[in-house]
Design a protein around this ligand. Structure first.
Ligand code: IPM
Ligand code: MG
Length: 361
């Protein structure tokens, strides 16, 4: 039996609440196909409270030696007033860059039973299947110099948007290769009309494209891309973009599908190690109330089974089970709507995740 090691980082808010559900589904889906050993560490705000740092060195060491990291979410109002370099998010960025997980895959897919939950018209989003490939360990999130200083008695804040060509070509390759397995289209998003660094982005994406003649490449400025995502989202297949544009566009894309509570993500490095986390945050306002949607967390776990643990079949089963419970009409509050025909049922977190387990193959 294959033996795999994962590091589990529940984090804060609903991240910590939903993690046990994902682990239960994992155990049920994997059964005796593999022996998955896991160790759980505090991470994010809870680690700040206990250890004074959002990520301990030993947590990063464990992550490096694991096959994958399954992560809930970090942050919350309790830690919002800390300086940027002491916030829970610092640990998250440190983990991403410490593992060199540069390729963040954020699929935005409409689940057929949920096409009505989108804020856009049904026709615009039914059958939607976009993959945002976001560069995750460079760009303005990590660029130097950074910080706030007093210069001539005036406070000046500074961040730096920087990419070198190797960082651009490796993420472009990821996008082209993924497009080859999908509908063969990549749209690269930049702001090349204003920012030199993104002109370089565009040039390198075009150069890298030479090796992928079967993929159709287009380019879009980020403002237009934001608009096109809500105007006609089905024109996109794979979108590749830098760290900050990807952060913003992936929230837009998520909402097209009905709820942030549905969307998983994977962040991969060249060794196929990955960090798997739902796109939603910690949602402190609803944490602990047994109403949060566990499906993004469960689907992130499924991505982990597929991409890092080689358990494709178990991943398929989890995804099929999620589709099935949605088809049966089960809805957590975020995806529940007025339902004159009574074809859906409002359920709790516990009920939703138990239903997924019941629906497994
Ligand atoms: C995300 C989040 C993070 C990011 C925050 C929590 C640091 O918004 O994963 O999209 O900006 O990358
Ligand atoms: Mg974000």
């Amino acid at each position: 039996m294959a033996s795999k090691k994962i590091l589990v980082l529940p984090g804060d808010g609903i991240g910590a609440e939903l993690m046990p559900h994902a682990l239960q589904v994992m155990r049920a889906a994997v059964g005796d196909q593999a022996d998955i050993e896991y160790e759980e560490h505090d991470f994010g705000g809870i680690a700040i409270d206990k250890y004074g740092t959002s990520m301990r060195n030993e947590t990063l060491e464990k992550a490096r030696s694991a096959d994958a990291v399954l992560l809930g979410a970090v942050g919350g109002p309790k830690w919002d007033d800390l300086p940027v370099d002491q916030k829970p998010e610092k640990g998250l960025l440190g983990l991403r860059s410490g593992l060199e997980c540069y390729a963040n895959l954020r699929p935005a897919m409409t689940f057929a039973p949920l096409a009505n939950a989108s804020s856009l018209k049904h026709d615009l989003v039914s059958g939607l299947d976009i993959l945002i490939v976001r560069e995750l360990v460079g760009g303005i999130y990590f660029g130097e110099p950074r910080g706030v200083e007093v210069e001539n008695n005036v406070r000046v804040g500074r961040n730096t948007l920087v990419y070198d060509e190797t960082e651009i070509s490796r993420i472009a390759k990821t996008a082209f290769q993924l497009a080859q397995k999908r509908n063969g289209k990549v749209c690269s998003v930049d702001k090349a009309n204003v920012l030199e660094v993104t002109q370089l982005w565009r040039d390198v994406v075009i150069e890298t494209h030479a090796d992928y003649p079967d993929v159709e490449l287009s380019h879009m400025y980020v403002d237009n891309a934001a608009m096109q995502l809500v105007r006609q989202p089905k024109q996109f297949d794979v979108i590749v973009t830098g760290n900050m544009f990807g952060d913003i566009l992936s929230d837009v894309a998520a909402m097209l599908t009905g709820s942030l509570g549905m969307l998983p993500s994977a962040s991969l490095n060249d060794r196929n190690q990955g960090i798997y986390e739902p796109v939603h945050g910690t949602a402190p306002d609803i944490a602990g109330l047994n109403i949060a949607n566990p499906l993004a967390m469960i689907l992130s776990m499924a991505m982990m089974l597929r991409f890092s643990l080689g358990l494709e079949q178990a991943a398929d089963e989890v995804e099929a089970a999620v589709n099935k419970v949605l088809g049966q009409g089960l809805r957590t509050r975020d995806i529940h709507q007025d339902d004159p025909q009574n074809s859906t049922r409002l359920v709790s977190t516990d009920e939703m995740s138990a239903a997924v387990i019941d629906s497994l193959g």
